[in-house]
Design a protein around this ligand. Structure first.
Ligand code: ZN
Length: 160
């Protein structure tokens, strides 16, 4: 079964900058799971996954504009520590999740104060060319309920 719209796809990935050491690796953890054709995945990655089958391995290199965008200057903002999901052992350079009305949002700490942190709201991977080593684990039809919700249910997906 090839990957096309409305298939639920799970895959393992290893993420690095070209020629660099991997800084994310899903092997040994749960694979990434997404619903193909619903804007769940980076478009450049989704295009490369199209038509692949379970067991296929391939690599994709995405420039920043196809990955997490270029870094924006002046994207530093001050956030009360009470809005961070993690409140202890905060250090510059650390990636933290900030609770927002649209859900948690990742940012990188620039400076830690007593009640506030200064964070860079650029995506932590903004400005980077990214290499993904992909191994497709499973391709299945989405259920009617998953299509209605526009996302995957069960392990690795939404639990509700
Ligand atoms: Zn749902």
């Amino acid at each position: 079964m090839g990957i096309e719209n409305n298939k639920v796809v799970s895959f393992h990935y290893r993420l690095s900058e070209p020629g660099g050491e991997p800084f994310e690796d899903s092997h040994g953890d749960q694979p990434m799971v997404y619903l193909h054709g619903h804007g769940d995945m980076l478009p450049g990655l989704e295009a490369e996954l199209e038509g692949r089958e379970a067991g296929e391995r391939f690599s994709v290199t995405l420039p920043p504009e196809q990955a997490y965008g270029e870094r924006r200057e002046g994207a530093t903002t001050r956030v009360p520590i009470k809005y961070l999901l993690q409140k202890k052992n905060l250090k510059p350079g650390m990636v933290v999740a900030i609770g927002t009305e649209e859900g948690p949002r990742d940012a990188v700490i620039v400076k830690v104060g007593r009640f506030n942190v200064d964070v860079d709201t650029n995506h932590p991977l903004a400005g980077k060319t990214l290499n993904f080593d992909i191994e497709v684990i499973e391709v299945r039809d989405a259920t009617g309920e998953e299509l209605g919700h526009g996302h995957v249910h069960g392990p690795g997906g939404h639990q509700h």
